[in-house]
Design a protein around this ligand. Sequence first.
Ligand code: FAD
Length: 439
Amino acid sequence: MHKVVIIGGGIAGILAATHLGRHLKGSASTSVLLIDHNFAHVWKPMLHTFAAGTANYSTQSFSFAPLAKRNGIDYWPGELCGLDRERKTVELGPITLPDGRSELPGRSIPYDTLVLAIGSHSNDFHTPGVSEHCYFMDDVGQAQTLNAAIRSETIRNMDAGEETGVVIIGGGATGVELAAELTRRTQIFAGYVSKASTPRLRITLIETGPRLLAAFPEKISRAVEEKLTKLGVDVRTRTKVVGADVHGVSIEGGQRIDTPLRVWAAGVKAPPVAAKLGRLDINRKGQIAVRPTLQTKDDDSVFALGDCASFTGADGRPLPTTAQVARQQGLFLARSLARHITGNQPLDEFKFHDMGSLVALGDYAAYGSLGAHGFLHGALIKGWLAKVGHASLYRMHQIDLNGLMRGSVGWLADDLTKMARPPIRLDCSVIPARRCEDH
Ligand SMILES: Cc1cc2nc3c(=O)[nH]c(=O)nc-3n(C[C@H](O)[C@H](O)[C@H](O)COP(=O)(O)OP(=O)(O)OC[C@H]3O[C@@H](n4cnc5c(N)ncnc54)[C@H](O)[C@@H]3O)c2cc1C
């Protein structure tokens, strides 16, 4: 039995695992085990909507166990903590179970082929106070924590008749999309309450570089900055946050912005565990260096893909950390590995097809640049075409994951749910009741 172990069920890992399972269906000589420290898959580019409360985690997540069953693979919850390349085992640390108290003990899992797809985190560049005093949006838990803080702060300020300040550090797609989504959330919320207690939000979006969305063409950066400014966001480029504390953030030059809602959405680095994996070659962002086959530079049996991998593209530059790269690599590796393991064929070499990039400002606007491939390569798009393009990225993912029929039903179910529920999350957390005598 050839054992394939895939760690990380994000965009790259879940596609590699489920599609490998489909390619191998019926093969008695290969098993596929997916391991993730969460119990469900989420489309990470949605995290800012969970944070804003404009999308709901419970309806937009896919439990690993049924996904695994449907695709003929196994799933086990576990936290990757180490790798023994000589013994060919991955070391899983204990994980906390849903009651928040008990634990699943750690263990060693043997593999013949190992696929690492553990994603990335934002990078605080060792800025003092940031890791302790800022909110992050690297996973669902952090997005939910930020959402709870935003809801609490908004209610407190409405009661006091004050404005809620939010400072977002990082003018890439994550920061820009969060700023727009929070604006949208506040407008929707304002429609539910009386004029006397209307929630007011003051968002400051800070970017160190000379423009927002550095990875996009300059024209899109300008259009996005104009649109956000029109929506009331205070956009500050060429501005560097040099510290954070319990009251706010400090800016180079001595200025301060004081607010309890400080969100760090800048930079990218691999999870720290990547540096502890059997001395695999990593770059300065901690990403694992891979060859064109997606095998790590040091070990033929260990592959890495998605955000945690550093792959040099045709132009000699590393590929960006995007959903598009993760998707293409996940689907590619499933095909290539299946042929290699069952048909003894040589591994294929991955080639990235740049289909362009899209950014959406909530429901207000969307912009995109078409990639190097296709008829209109390099063209810029905006308006409904860009909005439909952006929305269809997630829909395509649902279909990649669940097949055309189930994926389309999921899409329809989403639209029906939207009709039946308020468009923003207003409650959902169960707050223990307190009696008057408890006060
Ligand atoms: C708010 C936000 C908005 C974004 N918007 C866009 C966008 O519009 N377009 C775009 O192209 N990209 C966007 N991105 C980037 C995109 O989400 C990532 O590039 C993509 O998710 C990378 O896929 P991945 O599979 O490598 O990692 P992920 O999707 O992050 O998956 C990693 C998986 O590994 C698991 N894992 C991590 N560590 C461990 C461990 N130690 N043990 C076990 N499991 C582990 C995690 O639970 C997760 O399931 C956005 C990102 C964010 C945060």
